[in-house]
Design a protein around this ligand. Sequence first.
Ligand SMILES: N[C@@H](CCC(=O)N[C@@H](CS)C(=O)NCC(=O)O)C(=O)O
Length: 207
Amino acid sequence: MTAPFILYGNVNSQPATRVALFFRLAGIPFQYRHIDLRAGQQKSPEYQAINRFGRVPTLVHGDHSISESSVILTYLAEQTGQFGGRDEAERLRLAEWLSWLADVLLPVQRVRAVRKFNGDANALPWLDGAAASGLKLFDQHLAGHSFVQSERLTIADLFAFPWIDLLNESGIEEKDYPNVKAWADRVRAQPGYLPQYELVPQADAEC
Ligand SMILES: N[C@@H](CCC(=O)N[C@@H](CS)C(=O)NCC(=O)O)C(=O)O
């Protein structure tokens, strides 16, 4: 029997829910461990023993404990044969996409963090501009493409998607980016899709 996949996360964390989205779309069961970020559980010695950065998500699989959602998605694609590159060239392209998406779309996550969790509003003018620039670039790329890398859904789509699914919490209108909206609707139409707040519970669970 192969080792279970154990995901440590929090329903409010988009990096964590993108891993849950992988499992849901792949139809792969996982064990879920809720980490109480408000209580600081991510900084406890027990948790930092599996995640040196003291953040979610962490994937534990056999002898491995892996942090950083892009690394986890890449690992899962390799382990399961789903949503990854089919040859070295595709795997390299996907690694490029993960890095690029993290650069250009991270301001979307930051804007949400400020608006939803009462962050420093002085940062908003800069963050709103940076989020709009990133979304414009992403929208331009998606013109004429069904999915980020190709005509099939990959971990690059799963990486970007949670930021887009909750654009309204960032104070951004999805309809202002029509190619992004059409792409997001294609992801939402995938079998197994669940919206962010239904992907994982606020307690440990078998999912
Ligand atoms: N680059 C990381 C980002 C992880 C991250 O920022 N996690 C946040 C939640 S969204 C966290 O655990 N914050 C708690 C803390 O820093 O104490 C990834 O993609 O996994």
